[in-house]
Ligand binder design. Structure first.
Ligand code: DCM
Ligand code: DCM
Ligand code: DCM
Ligand code: ZN
Ligand code: ZN
Length: 271
């Protein structure tokens, strides 16, 4: 996701964590405001293009070598690189977050990676290899030429809320209010139980792989419903947006709710 999506996921998570989880992460992240998760949500993107952070670039996605739209699958052995992918990154940084032998600053860094990667694994094009996750597919969105990855990272979400002008934190807080409401008593209420199926600290890699497969399925159904060639040059701001918007809302809400549950388990296990 772009910054707006990541910040929204983090705000949703902070709406659902237990009070003791909030205290734990406020202390670890040295931020006792209500934006303690939102404030670190985009940090992983800010370091990936630096020299020291270069190795983390591949942790933001898994390049599923499947064949949309006829076949969508994530195969861990086939698709996760030797150096890692978003599935191993979630497992690895969760275990570092839980490691009492590490200094606080390293556990804080692990927390920042977890907050970010739980967001990314829910972006369908972060679980797809085609054209580098759609970066190499040129499309139009409300008349502007963009790549397909950017449309799914940012453009659709920003159009849903009527445009993100200057203050991504304030706009994201508003969108998170709406999605959190949907989770509590709205269109996601009946789904939220299933969202937490398989969420166990002991099986973090299996859990992350299941999350990756869920997002990847949308590549066949909503991202490339007619395949990667057919979408080139198409205008996506109309009917395509109408079909994609509910998927983005679902995936962002789900990521936030799952992140809350995950952080609760971490905080409980440390206490
Ligand atoms: N913050 C904000 N708006 C910004 C940048 C940060 O509301 N444009 C919040 C998020 C954090 C706090 O300020 O809680 C610390 O910011 P930083 O993440 O830059 O340390
Ligand atoms: N941090 C960062 N970039 C951000 C937000 C936070 O690098 N956008 C880091 C700085 C610290 C940690 O998060 O390592 C906690 O923030 P602080 O020490 O500023 O409270
Ligand atoms: N990306 C992806 N899959 C790839 C390569 C990149 O999902 N195989 C994502 C990471 C960033 C965006 O695409 O969100 C742009 O990546 P880059 O800056 O590496 O081109
Ligand atoms: Zn992206
Ligand atoms: Zn990312």
């Amino acid at each position: 996701w772009g910054g707006f999506g990541h910040i929204t996921v983090a705000y949703i998570a902070s709406d659902f964590v237990l009070p003791e989880t909030a205290s734990y992460f406020q202390t670890l992240l040295r931020n006792d405001s209500s934006s303690y998760l939102a404030g670190v949500a985009t940090w992983a993107d800010s370091i990936r293009y630096t020299k020291w952070g270069h190795f983390t670039g591949i942790f933001h996605f898994i390049d599923a070598k499947d064949s949309p739209p006829s076949s969508c699958t994530v195969d861990f052995e086939r698709d996760c690189k030797e150096e890692g992918c978003v599935v191993t990154a979630i497992a690895n940084y969760t275990s570092r977050l839980l490691d009492p032998g590490l200094p606080a600053w390293e556990r804080a860094q692990a927390a920042k990676f977890v907050v970010h990667f739980v967001g990314d694994i829910h972006q369908p094009l972060h679980t797809e290899d085609v054209a580098r996750g759609g970066n190499g597919i040129s499309v139009r969105f409300d008349g502007t030429q963009l790549n397909l990855h950017h449309v799914w990272d940012s453009s659709i979400a920003e159009k849903i809320v009527g445009g993100v002008r200057r203050a991504p934190y304030a706009e994201a807080r508003r969108w998170a209010d709406e999605l959190s409401q949907g989770i509590r008593t709205g269109k996601f209420e009946a789904l939220r139980g299933e969202w937490l199926d398989g969420v166990r600290l002991e099986e973090s890699q299996e859990m992350a792989l299941a999350w990756a497969r869920e997002g990847n399925a949308f590549v066949c159904s909503h991202v490339l419903p007619e395949g990667p060639e057919a979408i080139v040059g198409q205008e996506l701001g109309g009917k395509y947006f109408d079909a994609a918007a509910p998927v983005i809302e679902l995936q962002v809400a789900k990521a936030g709710y799952r992140l809350a549950a995950w952080l609760d388990l971490v905080a409980k296990s440390i206490a």
